[in-house]
Write a protein that binds this ligand. Sequence first.
Ligand code: GLN
Length: 532
Amino acid sequence: MSTKYIFVTGGVASSLGKGIISASLARLLLARGHSVTIQKLDPYININPGTLNPYEHGECYVTEDGAETDLDLGHYERFTNEPTSQANSVTTGRIYWSVIQKERRGEYLGETVQVIPHITDEIKNRILHFGQTKKYDFVITEIGGTVGDIEGLPFIEALRQLRLELGKNALCIHLAYIPYIAAAGELKTKPAQHSVKLLLEQGVQPDIIVCRTEHKLSDSNRSKLALFCNVEKSCVIESIDAKSIYEVPLMMRAEGLDVQVLKKFGMKPKNDADLKVWSAFLKKLYNPKHEVKIGLVGKYVELQDAYKSISEAFIHAGTSLNCRVKVKWIHSEDLNDKNVKSQLKGLSGILVAPGFGQRGIEGKISAIKYVRENNIPFFGICLGMQCAVVEFARNVLKLRNAHSSEMNENTQFPVIDLMQDQKDNIGLFSGTMRLGAYDCFLKEDSLAKKIYKKSKISERHRHRYEFNNSFADAFKNAGMVATGENSSGLVEIMEIPKHKFFIGVQFHPEYKSTVEKPHPLFVAFVKAAMSN
Ligand code: GLN
């Protein structure tokens, strides 16, 4: 079968959940035995979201091959269980970067380099690339932003050209918001109609309209949308607010999104997509037998999207244990040695979040001191692990003012430090980061080994600083041991064996947790919290 291309655009407003709709459709097609990948095209000029403020864009998600991407790629992986890569995340910045580099190398042979065709060709190549690999039956390409955005124009133009070139092998799903006017007690389809008009002005007729709504669409809403947007009525799909994003694949199946897609491609859908595992997950999610309260100490707690993969990993792990994990978001800047006891009261476990920079560091250290001394389950991720090392150095090893050299370049005891080759390369953003998957070897008799049940694991990284091995013996003798190392001897895991559950990891396990494969570290941590 030749690769089929599905484009997903958005209209009326942003944040409608194009990522969730794309991921849900992928889940349904996978369930029918097809191979699928999902790609995100982001119209902003940053080369990648690595440099974006999490307050604005939420978490930066990292793929196996070390791409720093939009958080939607996290949804793709959590829903599909399939790893994504550099090629699945494309920004305007990256497109221009490669066009300009080609221009400098003289590859355009004196042509005037223009948005059409050079930029649009570059975009098209990034999409068609997946077909050339012959690995996928379906490529779902989500276009970030909303139709009508100036910066999105080249992407919509590339989509217009591709539909012409690919003919029956391409289709467009448009996701639009249907507002409810409370005073009139009515859903209004006009804004969605207008967003389709905008798309038409740019030469793209959508094949399917997915309607984001807080109320059920009436038959007449559907008829109106079909008539004015020029689509079949069966291709008007309702996407009503759900209690959990994990319900959306089931809702899309009930609305027949996958069936309409297959029909449009001239394929004959047999039976329903098999979502047995998915439905079982949802049933457990909605009917928990236990509940546990866990504190997440971080500095972006006002915007929970900044820790998206962590909160989703708690949902996966908790559900596998029939347990609802209630996360209390604790602002690290509000924490200190005096109030930590009352702030952490009633919590059965504490996770200290990843992050960069000085803000909120001392609060994280106060939280760790408290849970270490009071035998409360602790899980530190990346900066969270580094803070645990600093806390131990200061309060157990009595190394006064020990710190990470990220926070204090001149500390006498840089227990977390840069490696020499990084010191030589400082200045370039992302340039010196350890990004993507690395193997890690686990020590016998460690908690980590017990949890993973194997000696060699692979996890994803996104950080610059590392545990400073010259302190390893001092830590070990005082009771904090390195139990995971990579092949170059960098420390990846620290544990306190005497503690009930105390583990800090330099990598980001949350990126690999999916509905079907909850991450073992999260499962073990939730279990420890449940029995606390
Ligand atoms: N800022 C720390 C480092 O760069 C930790 C990064 C993180 O938590 N992702 O090493």
